[in-house]
Design a protein around this ligand. Structure first.
Ligand code: GDP
Ligand code: IMO
Ligand code: MG
Length: 430
């Protein structure tokens, strides 16, 4: 059985955790392949709400094994806190059910310090990172100076941590004028984390291959989103990893022939957290209506940092781009219910850039920042759709909205989500 990929089609927070949880009912392995605890994935099952950052969302479904692949960066302190929190809530997160790739990189306190120092030094030009040390950890990976999950198995692990922190102390002191970190104390602390995490360290690529060869199903759970990809996203306002479908291959250690389905998750509108261009951003009352007040679980405030998310109309130019970059085979539309009561609705169907109209991403140094959205206007609906389960339960205007997305994206919608709960999904006829 092949791999199904779930990938964010926007700037993150599309509802990947919620979609992963639903599809994980049929999966043997659920695998995170990129990012770290910059991700915040929410799963709602009845009165239970799980906010996952490193452990794959599929762990909530009892029949799965969760794996954290080579493409990830892991803060061991955060991972242990997450494991303990899930265990307290009765989930089996023993090493039989949760595996960490030996090739995943470890985030050290020096990465967190550098993330903060670099953002502060950038001032108005800051990226708006989650300050979880993500960029500096991937920088060390590329520089071949990182400490990896597998290093926790080595006798001299503490020494490796000590040396890595000391190397960054020079940068912190000499470049950023900061106080040096206590490398010895950190090495001791990390030795303690390693003692607990060692049993989780595994050859994740082999685990995935064994399940595939035995006819099992693997679900690859994307973090972040297509537009945050370090190469194909809105650079430099991106993360430092490859959250796109291509990242699954390197992030898990599998070949392209293993993948047969790539599901892009998109909200029914656009959001972004952090800096960078966003052509359909709405700063007035409609943007506020999309964001919500924070009273609901799903209102647009970051799961990881609590920052208010920037909101705007759905951008189909960017969605088509995500279809292309990931080779999407189908789409899941989330938060359709949030549009209830907004009338009229607008959808960006093209950009105006340098006097021309573009239905694909324009090419140029500041193309996205200089693009003006061209909108199609659609009728809204007022009927509460949170109880809809079949296409016929949706008002005609909601179906019209989905039809337009499907037509412009050029791939079918698998289901539309109308609430955060597992069963709040409207499966659409193929
Ligand atoms: P992720 O990072 O892609 O997993 O998404 P987040 O969990 O950060 O943010 C999505 C938020 O929307 C969470 O609070 C979900 O519970 C919520 N959510 C997901 N799908 C729906 C939906 O269809 N309707 C509503 N109202 N909320 C949803
Ligand atoms: P999930 O998986 C939304 C954004 C940050 C910032 C940029 C770089 O929950 O969808 P980083 O800390 O990665 O160096 O920050 O990327 N970002 C996210 N935005 N959802 C996420 O994850 C994100 N992970 C990173 O806000 O703009
Ligand atoms: Mg999130």
């Amino acid at each position: 059985m092949p791999i199904t990929i779930i990938v964010g089609a926007q700037w993150g927070d599309e509802g990947k955790g919620r979609v992963t949880d639903l599809l994980a009912a049929e999966a043997d392995i659920v695998a995170r392949y990129s990012g770290g605890d910059n991700a915040g994935h929410t799963v709602t099952v009845g009165s239970e709400i799980f906010k996952l950052h490193l452990v794959p969302s599929g762990i909530v479904q009892p029949g799965t094994v969760g794996v954290m692949g080579a493409g990830m960066v892991i803060n061991p302190k955060k991972l242990l806190a997450e494991i303990d929190g899930l265990a307290e809530r009765g989930l089996d997160v023993s090493p039989d059910r949760l595996k960490l790739s030996a090739a995943a990189h470890l985030i050290l306190p020096s990465h967190l310090a550098l993330d903060g120092a670099s953002e502060e030094a950038l001032g108005a030009g800051a990226i708006g990172t989650t300050r979880r040390g993500i960029g500096p950890a991937y920088t060390d990976r590329a520089a071949r100076a990182g400490v990896r999950g597998g290093d926790m198995l080595a006798d001299d692990f503490a020494q490796r941590v000590y040396q890595a922190v000391e190397a960054k102390n020079r940068v912190l002191v000499e470049i950023y004028g900061r106080e040096p970190l206590d490398a010895e104390g950190i090495a001791d602390e990390y030795e303690g984390y390693a003692r607990r995490l060692r049993p989780y360290v595994a050859d994740v690529s082999r685990e995935v291959h064994q399940v595939l060869r035995a006819g099992g199903r693997v679900l690859a759970e994307g973090a972040q989103g297509t537009l945050l990809d370090v190469s194909h996203g809105t650079y430099p306002f991106v993360t430092s990893s490859s959250p796109i479908a291509g990242g699954v291959l390197t992030g898990l250690g599998v070949g392209p022939k293993e993948v047969d389905r790539v599901i892009g998750v998109t909200k029914a509108f656009q959001t972004r957290v952090g800096e960078g261009p966003m052509p359909t951003e709405l700063t007035g009352s409609v943007g506020q209506a999309l964001r919500g007040t924070g009273a609901n679980l799903w209102d647009e405030y970051g799961t990881t940092t609590g920052r208010p998310r920037r909101c705007g109309w759905l951008d189909l130019v960017l969605l088509r781009y995500a279809v292309r970059i990931n080779g999407l085979t189908d789409l899941v539309i989330t938060k359709l219910d949030v549009l209830t009561g907004l009338d009229p609705l607008r959808v960006c169907v093209a950009y105006r850039y340098q006097g021309q109209e573009w239905d694909d991403l324009p090419f140029g140094p500041n193309a996205l920042a200089e693009s003006e959205p061209v909108y199609a206007e659609l009728a809204g609906w007022t009927k509460d759709i949170t109880g809809a389960r079949e296409e016929a339960d949706l008002p005609p205007a909601a179906r019209g909205y989905l039809d337009l997305i499907e037509e412009r994206a050029g791939v079918p919608i698998f289901f539309a989500s109308v609430g955060p709960e597992r069963e709040q999904a409207v499966h659409l006829a193929p």
